[in-house]
Design a protein around this ligand. Structure first.
Ligand code: SF4
Length: 311
C-alpha cells in the first residue's frame, strides 16, 4: 500500500497555534477551478497511523520525550502548539469516514484531555452526508468549529468554478452545523466573478452569507494559482480579474449589506489588499467608514503590495 504523505500546512489564519493533525491529504472535491487543491488526489490516512502520532504528541507534551525515528515535523509543530487546539488536515478533513473519525477524536480526548477545541475544513457535501445526530456526537468529541468555503453566493459562479453544490445547499449545511452546536467560519472570495460578474457576485454572496449567518466570516481575494483553470483563463484573456480597489468595493458592499446576528468578520487573510476586522453588526459603521476612506483616497501605497499577497 502507498505510504501516506503528510500534506503541506494550509490553514485558516486563526489556527496559527494549533497542532496540525492530518487525517487526509488532498480534497474530495478537487474540481474548484481557482484552488491550489485543484486536481489533487484524496488520500485517507490509516487510523493506526493517526493514533500513533497522537501517542507521540502526548509523550512529547506530557513528558518532553521525543522518540527517535519520528518525522521532525511533528516536533516542530508541537513546539509552536498552544496545547489547546487541534486542526485536522486536509482540504476537507470531514470527509474522513465517520467510523474512523469518531475513534480518532475519542483517542484525542483520551490521550490529550487538555485539548479544548478541534477544527477542520469541510465541504458542504461532507456536512450534508453526516446526519444531525452524528454531527452532535462530533461536537461532544470537541469538534468545535468547521471552516466552510462559500466562495460565492452566485449559483452561476458556483457551477462555473466546480464547487459541486449550490447556494441552497450551502445554507442547508451551515444551518445543520449550527444546530449541532458547532461554530461556522465561512469564507468568500472577492473577485471571483471577475470584472463582468462583480456586482452580481457581491449581491448574491451577501444574500447567501446572511442566510448562513456564520459565527465568523472571512473574505479572501482571488489569487491566480498556476496550473488551475482560472490561471489559464486569465492568461488567455477570457477572465479579467478585478483591480485592488475594486476588491475593496466588493468588501465594502459585503459589510454594508451584511445582516448577521453576531459575526466576527475579517479580511486579515494574506491574499487581501487591505485588512479590516470587526464584529457585525456592532462595528459596521467603523468598518465601512474605513473602507470608504480607502476607496476615496485611491492611494496604492496603503494597500498590501502584490509581492506580499499569498494564500
Ligand atoms: S476550494 Fe475547498 S472544496 Fe474546492 S478544491 Fe479547494 S479545498 Fe477542495
Amino acid at each position: 500500500m502507498e505510504r501516506f504523505q503528510r500534506p503541506q500546512i494550509i490553514r485558516p489564519p486563526s489556527e496559527s497555534r494549533s497542532y496540525f493533525l492530518p487525517l487526509t491529504s488532498g480534497c474530495s472535491n478537487n474540481t474548484c477551478a481557482f484552488c491550489s487543491y485543484y486536481g489533487s488526489k484524496l488520500r485517507l490516512r490509516e487510523l493506526a497511523d493517526i493514533k500513533s502520532e497522537i501517542d507521540a504528541l502526548a509523550l512529547y507534551k506530557d513528558k518532553s520525550v521525543y522518540l527517535p525515528g519520528r518525522p521532525d515535523v511533528i516536533c516542530e509543530i508541537a513546539r509552536n502548539w498552544d496545547g489547546k487546539r487541534i486542526f485536522l488536515q486536509d482540504g476537507d478533513a470531514l470527509v474522513y469516514p465517520l467510523e474512523k473519525l469518531v475513534p480518532a477524536l475519542e483517542y484525542i480526548s483520551e490521550k490529550l484531555p487538555y485539548v479544548e477545541r478541534i477544527a477542520a475544513y469541510a465541504t458542504c457535501q461532507d456536512i450534508l452526508r453526516i446526519v444531525p445526530e452524528d454531527l452532535r456526537r462530533l461536537k461532544e468529541l470537541k469538534l468545535a468549529i468547521l471552516y466552510i468555503g462559500l466562495e460565492s453566493g452566485d449559483d452561476e459562479i458556483l457551477q462555473k468554478i466546480g464547487k459541486g453544490v449550490d447556494s441552497r445547499q450551502m445554507v442547508q449545511a451551515a444551518v445543520r452545523v449550527k444546530a449541532a452546536g458547532i461554530k461556522t467560519s465561512v469564507t468568500v472570495i472577492l473577485g471571483l466573478g471577475g470584472t463582468g460578474g462583480s456586482e452580481r457576485h457581491v449581491i448574491e454572496t451577501s444574500a447567501v452569507l446572511n442566510r448562513m449567518d456564520p459565527d465568523f466570516a472571512g473574505a479572501l481575494t482571488l489569487i491566480m494559482v498556476p496550473g488551475t483553470p482560472f490561471y489559464q483563463a486569465w492568461k488567455s484573456g477570457s477572465f479579467v480579474p478585478i483591480s485592488a480597489f475594486q476588491s475593496l468595493r466588493e468588501l465594502l458592499a459585503l459589510i454594508k449589506y451584511s445582516d448577521f446576528s453576531n459575526c466576527l468578520f475579517s479580511s486579515m487573510h494574506a491574499s487581501n489588499y487591505f485588512a479590516v476586522r470587526g464584529t457585525l453588526p456592532q462595528d459596521k459603521t467603523n468598518m465601512t467608514r474605513k473602507l470608504e476612506e480607502m476607496i476615496r483616497r485611491q492611494d496604492p501605497s496603503s494597500l498590501r503590495p502584490e509581492f506580499l499577497r499569498g494564500l
